[in-house]
Every structure is written in C-alpha cells, then in structure tokens.
Design a protein around this ligand. Structure first.
Ligand code: F6R
Length: 262
C-alpha cells in the first residue's frame, strides 16, 4: 500500500486524474472501475479537460461503476448513472455501451448482481479501480461488517452514509434510499490495481483507521491493506491523523517511481 500526501485536495485530485489518464494511454481498452461522490468530481473534470485539450482517448475504454441506489432509475437525476453521464461520459468520447452501472430498478436484484459480476469477468476483470471512502469506512457501498470476501449484492445503508449523501436528496437523510447495489469488497480486491482518493477533514479519522488500524470488516476500506497494488492519495488535511505521514512523504520525495510527479 502506498500513501501519497499532496498539499491540497485539488492537487490530490489532479494527481489521481493523471494516474488514470496514464493508465488509459498505456492500455486504450482499459477496464476502469469508477466511483461517484463529491471527491470524484474534480477527478472527472480533469479527465474531461485532458480529453478536450490533449485528446485523451476513451473510445476503447470499458467502465464499471461500484454502486447504484436501489429503486432509483438510470434517468433519475439522483442516480449514479446520471452522475456519471453528467460528470464524465457526456464530456469524453466514451461509447456508452461500454459503460456499466448496476441497475437499481432491476426486477430481480440478485440476478442483476450476478449479471454484473459476469460482465466484469467477461471484460477480463478490472484493471484499475477508483475508490473514495465513506465517513464510516465504506468503499463502494460496502458498509461496516461487510464480508471482506463479499461480491456484488444488495447492501443496507448505514445512517452515517445516508447522512453523508443527503445533499443530493434535499439534505434529508430519510429521502436517501435505504439500500444500494454494490460491488463487494472481494470484487474490489480482485481489481489489478486500486486507487483511492480521500480529502478533507471529514475523512481524517476514518483514513487513519483504514490504513493504519487493524484489517476489520468494521472498516471495509481497511481491506485495501491486503491488496498487492493499492495507492491511496490524500491531501494534508486528511493525512493529519496518520502516524506514518512523514514516512509517506519520504517515499513520495525519494522513490524513483514518483520522480515524474514531484
Ligand atoms: C460511491 C462510492 C462511495 C464514495 C464515498 C465518498 O460510488 O463509491 O464509496 O466514494 O461515499 O463519497 P464523497 O466523495 O462524496 O465523500
């Protein structure tokens, strides 16, 4: 696990976008796992800018989103499909047929989850999975106590998550759907590379627990400690609680692999 600390949330987001852009350039048919949420908006804005200004090519890219609310149709402005179309897909040259978001209004949700797992496998698995972290330690919508080997399934959201996401639902946590479809922690760990972005003071405590605490189902993000190729990009504010922050800075400032990014 590599933890990269950048001075501001903006610089952290730009580094995240750059790493994605480089992965896409190196492998034009990249299978990219995507996340939604406020933290990702800057990442997608910068990817769109790279497409516009530098011709970053998404035409062969395949994408799989982590999650979708149950009961929210794709055309609903609160759906994650709508979020992705607005923030990224409509702004780059991706073929919408190559973009995948779980269907939260499928008549058989268990069958939809199984179909989603099969679709990921049919594409050869996820090359690079982008992740945020919830204030309760969730990744995707894998809430505390999610099995670390879980697969795509229906998850009941915690009150912390419904509060965190209330902004999209007129600020009322009660209007946030109670359930979501989410890739499992095991599905995420199967990705060849994981890239998490965590910024801001509301992530300080949970970030320290996730990366420096014990691996526990109570903090699904802590499972990334077991992933052979995971990078966590954070800003100085989110890094405040890290005991190993100085060592993380030393790695970024001295490791040849990061020389081009300093
Ligand atoms: C949503 C997702 C979530 C978010 C997390 C952080 O697709 O994967 O795990 O990444 O809830 O959300 P923000 O960025 O809004 O704090």
């Amino acid at each position: 696990m590599q933890i990269i600390i950048r001075p501001t949330s903006e610089i952290a987001a730009l580094l995240t976008a750059r790493l994605i852009a480089e992965a896409l350039t190196a492998k034009p048919d990249l299978v990219l796992g995507l996340a939604t949420g406020r933290t990702m908006e800057r990442v997608y804005a910068d990817l769109a800018r790279r497409h516009l200004d530098h011709g970053l090519d998404f035409s062969s890219c395949r994408t799989f989103n982590l999650d979708e609310y149950v009961g929210i149709a794709p055309e609903d402005p609160n759906s994650y499909r709508h979020y992705m179309n607005r923030h990224l897909f409509e702004r780059v040259n991706i073929d919408l047929r190559n973009t995948h978001v779980p269907n939260g209004v499928a008549s058989d949700l268990a069958a939809e989850c199984a179909r989603y797992e099969r679709a990921i496998l049919a594409c050869g698995g996820i090359d690079l999975q982008l992740l945020g972290i919830g204030t309760d330690g969730h990744i995707g919508f894998n809430e505390p106590l999610a099995s670390l080997r879980s697969r795509t399934r229906v998850e009941i959201l915690t009150s912390a998550t419904r509060r965190q996401n209330a902004g999209m639902f007129s600020g009322d946590p009660e209007r946030v759907p109670p359930c979501a479809l989410t890739m499992g922690v095991g599905t995420i760990l199967d990705s060849r590379r994981c890239l998490m972005l965590a910024t801001g003071s509301e992530k300080t405590d949970i970030l320290a627990k996730a990366v420096e605490g014990p691996i526990t189902a109570m903090i699904p993000a802590s499972a990334l400690q077991m992933h052979p190729d995971s990078t966590i990009i954070v800003d100085e504010t989110a890094a405040t609680g890290l005991r190993g922050a100085d060592y993380c800075r030393t790695i970024f400032n001295t490791a040849p692999a990061w020389a081009a990014y300093r």
